[in-house]
Design a protein around this ligand. Structure first.
Ligand code: SF4
Length: 372
């Protein structure tokens, strides 16, 4: 089944670390944008798609009114076969009110992802966020009152002033909230952002501290009953993000909105990051990013992000038995260093292995070349 991603490209103000595509919010432009999204959804009808996830990402989807979200979902309902869908909306605590949340819930949204980032106000100020910790907790409780049972929070690692004690306190506070899922991202200084300067680089965690923070977080969340199912994602049982699992399991998805990517009909395409062009076009004009995709390499890279890990039969099916055997032999070596664990018909990375995942992937991909 297909996943539907809708990129909402508006923010009140740009956070200094962020390189996602977004433009300053304007009610007028948002209205044009919603109409354009509905036109694009209507164009899906001829593809006769069955979808089981819809994801409003951004940008700041919670800048849309409940009526606008309703209009988009109504259009989805009319043009796509929906099968028990997980419908997620990313919300910024600064723009979430009980009334709005109740409206989103009534419109059909059944999963909320709240950009909390930290429970420490000085770290939130460092990130240039518009909310403080109390505002974030209030948003989560308001979501619960509005009927959301599936709530995720985002947390960031490596912030200026963040040590193990303050991270532990943030996790303690967040896991006291009625949440089912937590996404934890290591702060990365992206090129061209306001954080891309020596002054900020000198204030954020170095590699050693980042590793300590990550391992401490993994241990604490395991104690709290969260399954570490993906390198950066943790869930209570039964609450993995079904939409994001599609990306990691190489399933099909269609992206609508400026900068949204699609992987459909064996082609990877993207809608240009240009809100004016998007609202002006009848239907978005995607550009080709990749075709003849090397699904073996992708499978290995993505499966290694997941605790389900790499399956021998699947690897052999995609890359041949010799390659699979060679990779599994190499993984046995990594197991001796505590970087890999074997289970069932496959293996996955340990928490220590996740920290070295990029070099492990390169190393394992080299095994393929040896068998070619
Ligand atoms: S609110 Fe989110 S998408 Fe918008 S600038 Fe900040 S981090 Fe980026």
């Amino acid at each position: 089944m297909t996943g539907l991603y809708i990129h909402v490209p508006f923010c009140i103000r740009k956070c200094p670390y962020c390189d996602f595509y977004s433009k300053p919010y304007s009610a007028e432009l948002a209205e044009l944008y919603v109409n354009a999204v509905c036109r694009n959804v209507a164009a899906l009808k001829e593809l006769d798609i069955t979808a089981d996830t819809v994801y409003f990402g951004g940008g700041t989807p919670s800048l849309l009114t409940a009526e606008q979200v309703y209009d988009i979902l109504d259009s989805v309902q009319k043009n796509v076969h929906l099968h028990s869908p997980e419908i997620t909306l990313e919300g910024n605590p600064s723009s979430l009110t009980y009334e709005k949340l109740a409206g989103y819930r009534a419109a059909g949204v059944n999963r909320l992802s709240v950009g909390v980032q930290s429970a420490d106000n000085s770290q939130l100020r460092f990130l240039g966020r518009l909310h403080d910790a109390d505002k974030a907790y209030a948003a989560v409780y308001a979501a619960q009152r509005a009927g959301f049972e599936n709530i995720s929070c985002d947390l960031m690692l490596g912030l200026a002033g963040q040590d193990i004690a303050s991270l532990t306190a943030s996790i303690e506070r967040l896991t006291d909230l009625p949440i089912t899922h937590l996404s934890a991202y290591m702060l990365k200084i992206e090129q061209g952002t306001a954080f891309d300067c020596e002054a900020v680089r000198g204030r954020v965690a170095d590699d050693d501290l980042m590793s300590e923070l990550y391992l401490a977080m993994c241990a604490q969340l395991a104690d709290k009953g969260f399954e570490h199912y993906e390198i950066s994602n943790f869930a209570k049982q039964g609450y993995r993000s079904r939409h994001n699992m599609k990306y990691w399991q190489l399933e099909k998805y269609i992206g609508i909105g400026p900068s949204a990517h699609s992987d459909f009909h064996e082609k990877r395409t993207a809608c240009p990051a240009d809100i004016q062009a998007f609202v002006a076009a009848d239907v978005q004009k995607n550009v080709l990013i990749e075709e003849n995709i090397d699904r073996f390499e992708e499978y290995l890279m993505l499966a290694l992000r997941l605790s389900d890990g790499v399956d021998f039969d699947e690897l052999a099916r995609r890359g041949g038995r010799d390659t699979a055997e060679s990779i599994f032999a190499e993984a046995r070596q990594l197991e001796k260093h505590g970087l890999v664990k074997f289970h069932g018909g496959g293996f996955s990375l340990t928490d220590d292995g996740f920290l070295l995942s990029n070099s492990i992937i390169v190393h394992l991909l080299d095994c393929r070349k040896c068998t070619k």
